[in-house]
Design a protein around this ligand. Structure first.
Ligand SMILES: [Fe+2]
Ligand SMILES: [Fe+2]
Length: 392
């Protein structure tokens, strides 16, 4: 899952400006403008440009309100028609609640530890939802300015978050009832993750932000779809239905974000191809890349929890580097990247770069998997499953 982690390659354009920066805080700097310009240079924080969208493109994004209202918003479901976590859980007011819990425990008894670790990692990712809402509200031109803004963009962000909130909720309650996981350690990991946030390198730029969410929603659809399939194989039909329902929500969400980028492509092909290529160069960081249970490194000679969780997910086939390449290829086709004609040479170069990427990523993934198959597996303890070891 994290075979394609972050790289420093995107920092190249910033390094050119580095010699001419003035410091505005301990970690933020403002690059000096070119001598011919009277405008201030971009603000740079932790190696990335902030507010990188041009005023013209910002205006374009701000003008898309009625498009969002008519074409994007309807992809969300009426809350009265949505499934809720209780639909998948034994009703606690029921006199036969305890029997239903025993039944649930019997059903989930066949889930192997690899499955539990993968499911819990996905669940922790869902539970860090405050971070993703915050991320959307960093984006210029679309943020919810008041917290209850009636604009189509503001409503979209809140209502999308509200749909997403059911995912971590149902997964968490289900895992609690199975009795198979160390809930306190999981809860600590969630608290740490929300406290750490995430760094998707989207520069307050909605073009970059919506490429990121288009990718991520599809990635979550793939992984929840796979955990659904595996739950069925291990004999837990209800869990399979639950994961399938989550995957189906992610499916509507991916269509929504991809539709936004499609619109940007229609109105501004050059800006869109540059944004897409930029995010692919930076590589899509997984939203939970900063997860920490406070003990993993100590118990496993300095190993990283997210990397180990990702290796387990990769090994059981829930989310792999090949899925990453497939998603990239899917988006290239979806946005008809190869068919567009571009005005600037820079945009044409970005287009060419994108067209080659999926094969390149697959070759890298193949090489990495051959390398990995030659390594002796290491036993790693996961606090989430009471320190039971897994081969990584
Ligand atoms: Fe989700
Ligand atoms: Fe999602």
């Amino acid at each position: 899952m994290q075979a394609l982690g972050q790289r420093a390659s995107q920092r190249a354009p910033l390094q050119a400006a580095a010699g001419r920066r003035r410091v505005v805080s301990c970690r933020a700097v403002v690059a000096e403008p070119p001598s011919s310009s009277s405008k201030p240079g971009p603000i740079i924080l932790d190696g990335q440009v902030l507010h990188s969208l041009s005023p013209e493109r910002l205006e374009l994004v701000s003008s898309l309100g009625s498009f969002v209202e008519q074409e994007v918003q309807p992809l969300l479901k009426d809350p009265m028609k949505c499934w809720q976590p209780s639909d998948f859980l034994p009703p606690s007011e029921d006199p036969y609640f305890m029997d239903a819990v025993l039944e649930l425990r019997k059903r989930s008894g066949g889930l192997p530890d690899e499955y539990l670790v993968t499911f819990v990692g996905d669940m922790i990712t869902e539970e860090a939802l405050p971070t993703y809402m915050a991320m959307l509200n960093t984006l210029d031109g679309v943020r919810d300015e008041t917290g209850a803004s009636p604009t189509p963009w503001g409503r979209w962000t809140r209502e999308w978050t509200a749909e997403e909130n059911r995912h971590g909720d149902v997964m968490n309650k289900y895992m609690y009832l199975t009795g198979r996981c160390n809930m306190k350690s999981i809860e600590l990991t969630i608290q740490n993750l929300i406290g750490s946030g995430m760094d998707p390198k989207t520069e307050n730029n909605p073009y970059l932000g919506f490429v990121y969410t288009s990718f991520q929603e599809r990635a979550t659809k793939v992984s929840h779809g796979n955990t659904a399939r595996h739950a069925l194989e291990f004999g837990d039909e209800l869990l399979a239905k639950m994961c399938g329902s989550i995957a189906s929500d992610e499916g509507r969400h991916e269509i929504a974000y991809q539709r936004i980028v499609e619109k940007l492509y229609e109105l501004d092909p050059d800006g869109s191809v540059l944004a897409f290529a930029d995010m692919m160069r930076k590589q899509i960081v997984m939203p939970a890349h900063l997860m920490d249970d406070g003990v993993h490194g100590e118990r496993n000679v300095g190993r990283n929890l997210f990397a180990d969780f990702s290796s387990v997910a990769e090994r059981v086939g829930v989310y792999t580097a090949f899925d990453y390449a497939d998603i990239m290829e899917f988006l290239i086709k979806k946005w008809r990247v190869g068919e567009r004609s571009h005005q600037s040479g820079e945009a044409a170069a970005a287009q060419e770069y994108l067209m080659k990427m999926p094969d390149r990523v697959r070759r890298l993934a193949e090489r990495a998997s051959v390398r990995k198959s030659k390594l002796k597996p290491v036993q790693v303890q996961f606090s989430w499953i009471f320190d039971r070891p897994l081969s990584v």
